[in-house]
Design a protein around this ligand. Sequence first.
Ligand code: NAD
Length: 524
Amino acid sequence: MSLSTPIVVRRSRLDALCDAVVTVADRPSLSVESPFDATTLGTVPACNADDVREAFDRARTAQSEWADRPLGERLAVFERFHERVLDEQSSLLDVVQAETGKSRLDAHEEAVDVASTARYYATNARSFLASRQRTGAVPFVTRTTEHRRPVGVVGIISPWNYPLTLSISDAIPALLAGNAVVCKPDEGTPFTALRIRELLIESGLPADLFAVVTGRGDELGETVVEESDYICFTGSTEVGRTVAATAGRNLIDCSLELGGKNPMLVLADADVDAAAENAARACFANAGQLCISIERIYVDSDVREDFLDAFVKETQRLTLGAGYDFDYDVGTLASEAQLEKVQSHVEDAVEKGASVQTGGRRRDDVGPYAYEPTVLTGVTDEMLCADAETFGPVAAVYEVSGIADAVERANEGPYGLNASVWSGDTARAEQVAARIEAGTVNVNDGYAAAWGSVDAPMGGIGDSGIGRRHGEVGLTRFTESQTVATQRGRPLTRPSGVPPRLWTFLLNANERLANRLTAWRRSG
Ligand code: NAD
């Protein structure tokens, strides 16, 4: 185990990152723990509501100058940022690992995701933000154009599980669209957001355009939402509802990326070994603390035994560890609360009759919050882990009889974030995908295919949230559309010399003519 603290996460370096958070020095401080060994990594200021308002005020001032800059200048910042993220990758991974306890491989996925998101939006922002000609009220007489304008200051409230990706990936399109951002990272993982802010500034972003406020979510969250012109929330369904209520009161738009209880379906004709190998990754990536990871696996009875054997073997092959190198597949859980939740789900399942096929133990020899990747069978409805999100390294394997049964079971429960379908016949799998109630469905993959398709929208339905990140909508959500309609010749209201009856007759005739033209075009 290589736990010697990397230079970038030494105390003085972390203290320096906090310099820009508050302008006054007398705020109480909040400790940040290293899950690798439960020691204090550093402290950050516990901001108060006034600090949040001040960050928004400064961001608002910076935003108007930024929005006036030619788009090319804004794009150039993110082209440089893409390179900075790759060049500084090693120090970034150190910070991410130090405050989450995740494996370096999992931290690396975050860094690559941020670089690819920056590249995608730097390449496509110009076309997404371009003004578009729309069909005018009267063709050739009314010239109608839709413009995109920034909403103002976007609030981002992010969780601890992917502190790098989820603090910056929504900020990239928001900033490119001409907005400023105020980010409130989770209290357990503030240093990653502060480090990425440093890289943004080094890439040429004006400092006040991306502010980080540190502190507890239940103390600052409401002010962040109150001050925002758009709020991006990623976290639990429970807190998401309160964020949505505040956003609703203020009539601001929001996206809520919430929890999941994601199913995998292994059909009778699936390549069982490939499905099992990928399932070990899809269930236990980031020690299962991934919103789109798989927690329920429905396997056709024809292949259930073979799949279970292979899945257990693949799970046992995963290496569990704590350290700043690429030696381990799975890191430790992020906190004591996470460990307690995972343990309680497994203990409850076992007490009520489930069987542990592998795992099921905390591993103090690895770290204070380490827990083995765990495969359960015999999980029934009255067990906690049957429908509540465990958000840890615990997956249940169920037997189903045929596709209809698998689809029905997959659609149980209030969530609809991600799903996975395995079949030797991809056309059949895509038909099954269409019957699954989830925002993303991966065919012959667990989660990475859909998440990595940055050009396609990503988000949940039901209790998994509203709104989408990624793709064109992932940027245009941070804009207001403005329609400008220029009337050539007379305005479209009734001229004073035309009697009302004649006017209504003319409008009706115009409407009928337009309808016939549409039908004629459709038939031709
Ligand atoms: P959480 O809701 O407790 O915390 C998330 C963020 O909200 C943190 O920054 C926290 O400080 C803040 N917060 C806490 N109380 C608040 C309040 N009253 N008002 C405003 N903000 C407040 O979530 P968590 O348990 O830390 O994160 C794990 C959850 O996040 C899981 O359910 C997981 O599935 C979900 N998640 C979803 C996605 C997605 O894209 N759908 C991604 C990652 C995590």
